[in-house]
Design a protein around this ligand. Structure first.
Ligand code: ADP
Length: 785
């Protein structure tokens, strides 16, 4: 149809915007621009042929020659339709590629001289191969891209001419104009197919990527949507079940609580995670309860709260003095400790351990330290703790798991820097469940305790700001590694006089206040207090004394409230009306000199005490009988005393075979209480010799000391406590090992002025002081009452 002139001929030109027409394509075009309309009209009046070339830029209204691609398609205008809005719709059919040679100077419309570019249709094998590849790539493309319908594929696969195939496929792809134009301009068919393959490959890759991204986005969306949906459903179900709050409400509440607290990041993360888990639990599930418990625990711990230290030493001293009488050494040491703390800010020093019998004010001293520092105070008792888990907690997987006592203590304190009292550290035990002392060691180690790990809490907890104070009755039972960490402050027990002071100045006013009694409502004089100390208590500390005073206050309060009395004054002799008959005979010192009975001095966990030792000799076959729950060491001590006596038989005026004809029975009364230690050695020997020689022992003498087989007296421990006990019991003379003489400086003056201390180094001296020549004859049965 097209006149084939290689030289070219004139064509009216229609510049296309954003679109390209290939030969053999039939399509509608809407034409609005005036010049274009005139070009169309020109074509219609001539041979219906028009050249369609694309503009390189879509938005140029009046394109110049440079804006129009030089290669386009000659088309046949089949129909023309005027639309109501003034534009014209035409149906065109692409015929052949053509190249603009030059523009004419027609002003009415674009007019060019162009020459057709006929296709080389010498299809070869290569074209066949290329066509197949292109088709299969296109097929792949269609499956990826939803924009092209499968029917198109069917239509396309029927095309046999390679050039046309490339053109048609290209027209179905959504490509940039530039790329489409390139296909148009590629006259060589094989090259065109190759170029198309490139484009298809590229497109396919892009689509593939697109699909992957879409899938990812979709998955994410689906997940959040699903979660949201499920959560909503859960809420609805809970509502249906009449479960008003449900876990959802609970979770909200916990989240709010969490945000209120100033939590470290890690802790907050952990809590958030747990709350999320909680939310998904049905409200009846037991595990939900466990999680809730855990979250509550974490929320109640002081992760960042602390109190400001008051480091005013003068004030601290005042507080300590106003709470406690005496205790100079411990108080002094505490003040030093605080002073150093003030200088170095954070003290990694030793842990104070207050050692002494019950009731001497260890706990209340620790409480005072807290008060003087303006810190919170917590106390836990380690007595009977034998399981590591009690210190470090149980793992959450245990039924009824709980945090350990340290963490519970911190929860009670509510701050990171309390004074933390570990009571009775000597009463811990270890068994198969692990050694609590090892866990405690970690608690007390300043190098480790900033990340203390409790099995229940799971997160490391900072204990490095805590001031630990420990107490013990004796140091013997404290595990060695713990002992090394601590500095011992001994509180040995009080003298009668000290007790009197403490009672008058501290205990009585405290109890009056506790019972709501004004000072003048109940008057208890010092002589009355002394009576109570002597006849109603027998202890190293003042705990019992305080209880007795409290009892008096109670009874007095009752009398006043009942209207029996306006005011109560208790005289020494009236004490028994309130507290019953005296519990102890003051001065248990023997009333008379005795044979075979000697008072020794013992040192127990609850302080010093007197210890009566009785020996009786009866005809028999030479047995040595020991009764009164003696420990091994004490038994050996008795054997040693016995051997010594035998070796001295002649000197003492005894028959050399005395022990073969007699049984010797050594008994220490209060048989239910176990007794041990070597310090009764000289006492047993004295009792033995007294019983065998029937010589009297002075009622005023008490003694303590270890004996050797040669009769030497070896030093002992706890002299102060023992002396206090002897003094309390009313003894006038105390025999002590010479080597203990240096300990005498610790004995309070009030005791030293009442009691004569006699250092001895050999049994001979002991006997010298203990045995007395007696006026009236007595016999052995005197000691057996
Ligand atoms: P511990 O812990 O050594 O067994 P506590 O601290 O429980 O003894 O003391 C028992 C009671 O005795 C407390 O009420 C305490 O205030 C009081 N107390 C002990 N020693 C003194 C003292 N030196 N001055 C004043 N009160 C004391």
């Amino acid at each position: 149809m097209i006149p084939s002139k290689t030289k070219g001929r004139r064509f009216p030109l229609l510049p296309l915007r954003g679109l390209l027409v290939y030969p053999s394509m039939v399509l509608h075009l809407d034409v609005g621009r005036e010049r274009s309309v005139r070009a169309l009209e020109k074509a219609m009046v001539e041979d219906n042929l028009i050249l369609l070339c694309s503009q390189s830029e879509v938005d140029i209204e009046e394109p110049s020659q440079e804006d129009i691609f030089r290669i386009g398609t000659v088309a046949n205008v089949r129909q023309m339709l005027k639309l109501p809005n003034g534009t014209i719709r035409v149906l065109v059919e692409g015929l052949e590629r053509a190249e603009i040679i030059n523009y004419t100077d027609n002003e009415d419309y674009y007019e060019v001289v162009a020459r057709e570019l006929p296709e080389h249709v010498d299809a070869d094998q290569e074209s066949d191969a290329l066509m197949r590849t292109v088709l299969s790539q296109f097929e792949h493309y269609i499956t990826l891209s939803k924009k092209v319908t499968p029917e198109t594929l069917a239509a396309v696969s029927d095309i046999e001419e390679p050039g046309r195939l490339a053109d048609v496929i290209t027209s179905h792809l959504s490509l940039k104009i530039k790329d489409k134009q390139e296909i148009l301009e590629t006259i060589d068919v094989n090259k065109r197919l190759e170029r198309l393959l490139d484009i298809l490959n590229n497109e396919r890759e892009v689509l593939e990527l697109e699909r992957k991204i879409n899938q990812r986005v979709k998955k994410q969306m689906e997940k959040t949507q699903k979660e949201y949906y499920l959560r909503e459903q859960m809420k609805a179900i809970q509502k249906e079940l009449g479960d008003k709050e449900g876990r959802a409400g609970e979770a909200e509440e916990l989240r709010a609580q969490m945000l209120e607290k100033n939590l470290p990041e890690k802790v907050q993360e952990k809590i958030e995670k747990e709350i999320d888990r909680l939310e998904k639990m049905p409200s009846s599930s037991a595990e939900g309860g466990v999680i809730r418990n855990y979250v509550d625990m974490l929320l109640s711990l002081p992760w960042s709260e602390s109190t400001e230290d008051d480091l005013d030493i003068a004030k601290a001293e005042k507080v300590l003095d106003s709470d406690h009488y005496g205790l100079e050494k411990p108080k002094e040491r505490v003040l030093e400790y605080l002073a150093v703390q003030q200088l170095v800010k954070k003290l990694k020093g030793p842990i104070l351990c207050l050692v002494g019998p019950p009731g001497v004010g260890k706990t209340s001293l620790a409480r005072s330290i807290a008060r003087s520092l303006n810190r919170k105070f917590v106390r836990i008792s380690l007595g009977g703790v034998r399981d590591e888990a009690e210190i470090r907690g149980h793992r959450r997987t245990y039924v009824g798991a709980m945090p350990g006592r340290i963490i519970q203590g911190m929860k009670t304190a509510g701050t990171l820097n309390p004074v933390f009292l570990l009571d009775e550290i000597d009463k811990m035990a270890a068994d198969f469940r692990g050694d609590p002392a090892a866990a405690l060691l970690e608690v007390l180690d300043p190098e480790q305790n900033n990340t203390f790990s409790d099995h229940f809490v799971e997160l490391p907890f900072d204990l490095s700001n805590v001031m630990f104070v420990t107490t013990a009755n004796t140091v013997h039972n404290i595990p060695r590694p713990l002992l090394d960490r601590m500095e011992m402050l001994f509180i040995p027990g009080y003298t009668e006089l000290e007790k009197l002071e403490i009672a008058a100045r501290y205990l009585l006013p405290k109890q009056l206040e506790n019972h709501g009694l004004e000072e003048d409502k109940l008057v208890i004089g010092n002589d009355t207090l002394l009576r109570i100390v002597r006849e109603y208590t027998r202890e190293s500390g003042v705990r019992n004394l305080e209880q007795q005073i409290a009892a008096l206050c109670r009874k007095a309060a009752k009398q006043i409230v009942a209207g029996e009395k306006q005011q109560v004054t208790i005289l020494p002799d009236e004490v028994k009306d309130y507290l019953g008959v005296a519990k102890y005979r003051y001065g248990v010192a023997e009333l008379e000199d005795q044979i075979g009975t000697v008072t020794g001095l013992a040192w127990t966990e609850v302080g010093g005490d007197t210890l009566l030792i009785e020996v009786t000799v009866v005809p028999g076959s030479g047995k040595l009988i020991l009764t009164g729950q003696l420990g091994d060491v004490m038994k050996e001590s008795a054997q040693a005393a016995f051997s010594y006596t035998r070796s001295k038989a002649e000197e003492l005026g005894l028959q050399p075979d005395f022990y073969e004809k007699n049984d010797i029975h050594i008994h220490i009364p209060e048989g239910a209480i176990p007794k041990d230690g070597p310090s009764a050695g000289i006492t047993i020997a004295t009792a033995l010799i007294s019983a065998l020689t029937k010589r009297y022992v002075s009622k005023d003498v008490a003694m303590t000391g270890e004996i050797t087989l040669r009769g030497r007296v070896l030093p002992i421990g706890g002299l102060k406590e023992k002396s206090l006990a002897a003094h309390r019991a009313g003894y006038k003379k105390i025999l002590l090992p010479k080597d203990n003489e240096r300990d005498l400086k610790d004995i309070p003056d009030s005791v030293r002025s009442d009691v004569e201390f006699v250092p001895v180094s050999h049994m001979d001296q002991v006997l010298q002081h203990a045995l007395v020549e007696h006026h009236a004859g007595g016999d052995m049965s005197a000691s057996l009452h």
